[in-house]
Ligand binder design. Sequence first.
Ligand code: ING
Length: 318
Amino acid sequence: MSSTARARPLRVAAAQLGPIGRHESRAAVLRRLVALVEAAAAGGAALVVLPELALTSFFPRWVIDDPAEFEGFFEDAVPGPGTQPLFDAARRLGIGVHIGYAERAVIDGAVHHFNSSVLVDRSGEVIGRYRKVHLPGDREPRAGAAFQHLEKRCFETGDGGFRAWPALGGIVGMLICNDRRWPEAWRVLGLQGVELVLVGYNTPLHNPEAPGHDAHVKAQHRLVMQAGAYQNATWAVAVAKGGTEEGQALLADTLIVAPSGEIVAESRTEGDELVLADCDLELTGTYKSTIFDFAAHREPRAYGLIVERRGAGPPLQD
Ligand code: ING
């Protein structure tokens, strides 16, 4: 690249987590998270990206009838008392934080539960929050399954849509796990000029609904991350809670993907691991101004079915 070309370097640390036990103490989890934040800061990162539901075990794998235990997985405020050490360390070290968590929110006097994430800047200010829109799995337990996938039972559909915010010298958006498989989610961020998409995930390696898909889990994860980044001319960070958690095998394969679609960094273990990369946000420009110049090349009039239909319907008639 010529020396005159502008650059907007952002060193990002994807902080992959290994398993979190169902009864692992909050103090033990926070020690792990703070260690990753400190390593990210030592590595010169401006932002550390933690996975989906990074404070607890992936509890939608169980039917939890005890209301106290179920509510115990949720946070009333992040940043807040339950995560203070994490955000104190981040502010002390001057590093931004993304973290996924189970959110309990009181809205008009009613209690709601969301699968959420929050982005906090280097000064400790909250930049934005996201509530997961695409909730996979079931509302009722699946008979005979070794592990359930009850996100539709545990959470409500996110009510804030897909947002991107000016942050860290660029435009930053968030998706959560299953969202990454839906191109519409990426495109709504792309239409906001997003330059860095943060995606935490807890992805089982076995899908009881379709065991035949198990062989393709890693490839399909890479496929949707690379496609989402390339087709929306953005950097993307996919960060796992991986390993065998309470007996369930979860995909690791934390990735940092460039706007070209290239994977520029990836995890090598299934445990707590930091994956660092220098993301020059300016690189998004060469795609946003050419092949994915949306204003020049998109044809919204042809896309009507995408918002008119929820499920597939009959072919269009002349
Ligand atoms: N995890 C999975 C994902 O989309 C899932 C959902 C469940 C995929 C079962 C396939 C089979 O990566 C989450 N948390 O969305």
